[in-house]
Design a protein. Sequence first.
Length: 202
Amino acid sequence: MTIFYLVRHGETVWNKEHRLQGWLDSPLSEKGVLHAKKLAEHLKTIPFTAAYCSSSGRAQETMRYLTAGRQLTIQQEDDLREINLGDWQGKTVEEILAKNRLDYELYTNYPAQFIATHTESFGAVTERAMYTLKNIAQKYPHDHVLIVSHAVTIKCILNAILGRAIDQLWTAPYIEGTSVTIIERLNESWHVKEIGSTPHLQ
């Protein structure tokens, strides 16, 4: 069995500003760094064999804190990146609502009705992320694997594994910064063990 620990990166400067990142980037905030260090302590007894992270800087920065003191090679994967948000990247939610209120409200409240024109589709994110996880599971069929990715990407993975329709994409719980989602892969079967767990923040 492959046991994946899917971690969302820590809070960033743009998260604090309610500015969308997508494939753009900003560094971790002080809180993001603190939470990543707390999670590293929480996970210290998990015997990870492999570590994969999104090629985005905020994911790499989070992963460095999580693997400090471990003899692990961090492997970067473009396909673990966040959804590409096109024209919205780098803009605040307020700025987006001023110009694209309907599209943004569909994106955040009615994902099944959202049509990706300038952005990547939820289906495309799901396809690339699931393909990557399957390949990693083939390489590490009996191991614990640490992955640092992003909120929408993790939601898409969960939706695929749970067999849910796209209108259920945002089903609670919310994927907070440094939260841990644990999924297991045995042969061709997937099992979700935990979603968005944050005991290190209690």
